[in-house]
Design a protein around this ligand. Structure first.
Ligand code: SAM
Length: 163
């Protein structure tokens, strides 16, 4: 964790509570062209470079069917982020804001998400465009974009609740 990052004016840290195991497993790693945070895009673009989601065993069979979708949601662990800031002053405007009002990588659980364009599957690897993370970022999950996905299971009562 990058606790040593210099604080900017207005920024506030808290003492991190001890980590409780949420039971996460890294299902793979993401290969991108970016080796430093400075050069990594703030948000991915669908015409950005092809990046590789390398899936580890025993999760490789779980790739089956992803090629059905044009867009996938990729969830990843921004492993070099500090996690203890509640107020942040973004570099570009220094207006101090709460962590939950930002998509900054600095957050109590540094989870990043991107909707990416599916490109191809090559063996244990899914090729996509639209990422914004450092090379070797740990991969948490891959799902179909919710706009394209029709649930395969029967509807439930809650699906129709409006209030
Ligand atoms: N698209 C994701 C989201 O909105 O949840 C992440 C957005 S975040 C603003 C992207 C930035 O996180 C990059 O520009 C880079 O500065 C930083 N970053 C990327 N990979 C990281 C990693 N593995 N650890 C820490 N910071 C990372």
């Amino acid at each position: 964790m990058a606790q040593d990052t210099k604080l900017r004016e207005g920024e506030v840290t808290v003492d991190m509570p001890p980590a409780r195991d949420a039971g996460l497993v890294f299902i793979g790693r993401i290969r991108t062209p970016w080796k430093s945070r400075l050069e990594t895009p703030r948000q991915g673009r669908h015409d950005g470079p092809v990046c590789r989601l390398e899936i580890f065993e025993p999760w490789v069979p779980a790739i089956k069917g992803v090629d059905f979708y044009e867009n996938l949601e990729v969830i990843y662990w921004l492993h070099h982020s500090r996690r203890d800031l509640v107020l942040q002053s973004p570099k570009n405007n220094r207006k101090t804001r709460g962590t939950f009002s930002l998509r900054s990588p600095v957050r109590p659980n540094p989870i990043g998400t991107s909707i990416v364009k599916f490109v191809a599957v090559e063996g244990n690897t899914i090729l996509v465009r639209g990422l914004d993370c450092l090379d070797e970022t740990p991969l948490l999950d891959v799902k179909p974009d919710r706009c394209e996905f029709s649930p395969l299971a029967q509807p439930k009562g809650g699906d129709f609740e409006t209030e």
